[in-house]
Design a protein around this ligand. Sequence first.
Ligand code: CA
Ligand code: CA
Ligand code: CA
Length: 179
Amino acid sequence: MVLADFNRDGFPDAATLNRGYGYQSLSITLNDGAGHFIIPGPVYPLTTYAASFLGVFDFNRDGKPDLAIDDGYGNIQIWLGDGVGGLVENLSYSEMNGVPAFADFNGDGKLDILLFPHPGSSSGYVLLGNGDGTFQAPIAHAEFPTLDSATVTEFNRDGHVDLLASPQSGSPYLLLGTP
Ligand SMILES: [Ca+2]
Ligand SMILES: [Ca+2]
Ligand SMILES: [Ca+2]
């Protein structure tokens, strides 16, 4: 579950990945203004049964929260929020098998995607954001480490995005962003 003000009434709402018998869906539940997530919003069926990652970002920089989903089958889906509680577009980036991290890695103010390889996949990828909810063609990076998870952080407050990298074995370590 992630929280964001999807209908922009000043109260945080919830977006959830739901698992049923043989299907998954994405739903928005709106805040009643008293801190209760009780007002049903839209429910969107997903074309996957294995989605695990759900993140909230503003990919197109319109002030309306958007969602990113890793569908577990090597696809990253981008859902753009309409600002009134719904999600209006569904872009999918396929063959993107890996551990995603979302942040503005090149400092141009547009959100990018870093993909770290799973065991068995040959390389990681960088997808530079266009700032409108779309991304440039993936650039392969064979030197990316194989990770279980990658958490975006701003560790040393130098204005450059850092990553807390959790490898398959061993201790997590910090990848410091550089200018
Ligand atoms: Ca709200
Ligand atoms: Ca947006
Ligand atoms: Ca960027």
